[in-house]
Design a protein around this ligand. Structure first.
Ligand code: GLA
Length: 352
């Protein structure tokens, strides 16, 4: 329906940051800031028509500027892990920040989640949408190439958040953009997600090492705790003692999505029996990281004065596979100079 803009706060350097509220005629609303492109809240109805905020986040701008769990943020240049914080393109080795043990995580020390994006409200056939652009300079966080990035957020009339990702580079580089929203369909402050039921449209996942890095093995989910081909409650797998669960300290794995590459397909569906809210995820990307909020423990600056315990929310991050520079049989996250990176992910909310 429309987008409202207001001042959200200022960065330490005194730069203004804004909060945009996207609304549709059914009353759904999504707040997004141009700091990190962060989704601050998602207000959607439950079965009885009651609205609740189903995404985890802070109560103000300041805590988003500190290191944290990446609530709702755009992640780049490379979402998830790169082994030993280095990769090679065209015979040149690039060394990145080791910010997760000896590995690189979520774009480094100051990834796309910690930068100010240029915001613009634009018109599309679906009404007003929020366009965020960012110019990442050659050498930023040691990644090669000047990268022009654009992310468009749209809230549709049927309660879907559409996220379109675009990027272009002047030098061969790597690009793997995602959004790190944490969902709890009972409401962000309602406790844990153990009773949520999840379905992932994938017959295979990428098995991880004890450090949580894909080893290169693409393993069948059938008969294992990683099998979400049909709706399954999340809690039992977490309590199972399965080796992959121990390595990830919970679910923190990439699933290899079934279906055509680069076409928009259903990737996952989440159902909360309590509120009877459902969320479908669609994407053009080849993989999805299901992260069960294993490291969450946030006691301050949470929205509505809430506290987030371990597993208070879960992420479904659409992506190229983690560590995909190392494993050449994984879809390549390399973007060549002159090529266009273009992906779409949709999170659609409904009750049924
Ligand atoms: C991703 C990773 C997790 C963790 C979170 C952020 O989902 O896979 O291991 O780093 O981000 O806390």
């Amino acid at each position: 329906m429309g987008i409202e803009k207001k001042l959200y706060g200022r960065t330490n350097e005194g730069k203004e940051v804004f909060l945009f509220t996207l609304k549709n005629s059914g009353g759904a609303a999504v707040e997004i800031t141009n700091f990190g492109g962060i989704i601050v809240s998602i207000l959607v109805p439950d079965k009885k028509g009651r609205f609740d905020d189903v995404s985890l986040g802070y109560d103000s701008l300041e805590p988003y500027m500190e290191p944290g769990p990446y609530f709702g943020a755009i992640i780049g240049r490379y979402a998830n892990r790169i082994e030993n914080s280095e990769f090679e393109i065209n015979g040149i080795t690039y060394h990145l920040a080791a910010n997760d043990g000896k590995n690189h995580l979520h774009g480094g020390l100051k990834g796309f989640d910690k930068v100010i994006w240029h915001p613009q409200i634009v018109q599309s056939s679906e009404g007003e949408c929020l366009e965020l652009t960012y110019k990442s300079a050659d050498g930023e966080e040691n990644y090669p190439g000047n990268l022009d990035v654009k992310v468009i957020y749209t809230l549709t009339e049927d309660n879907a958040i559409k996220i379109e990702y675009f990027a272009e580079t002047d030098k061969d580089t790597v690009v793997n953009l995602t959004n790190h929203a944490y969902f709890n369909l009972s409401g962000h402050a309602s406790g844990d997600i153990l009773k949520h039921k999840l379905k992932i449209c994938a017959d295979f996942f990428t098995a991880v090492s004890p450090e949580g890095l894909p080893t290169g093995e693409i393993r069948e989910v059938k008969g294992t705790v990683m099998d979400f081909t049909d709706f399954k409650e999340i809690g039992p797998g977490l309590a199972s003692g399965d080796e992959q669960i121990i390595f990830g300290q919970g679910y923190d794995h990439n699933w290899v999505l079934n279906g055509e590459k680069n076409t928009l397909k259903k990737a996952a569906e989440l159902f909360d029996p309590e509120s009877e809210r459902r969320m479908e995820v669609y994407t053009t990307k080849p993989g999805i990281q299901f992260y069960s909020g294993n490291f969450l423990n946030v006691t301050e600056h949470v929205k509505d004065g809430a506290v987030y315990c371990k597993r208070a929310g879960l992420c479904l991050e659409t992506q190229y596979f983690p560590n995909s520079l190392k494993h050449k049989h994984f879809p390549s996250p390399i973007l060549k100079a002159g090529e266009k990176y273009r992906h779409t992910t949709i999170y659609k909310f409904f009750t049924a």
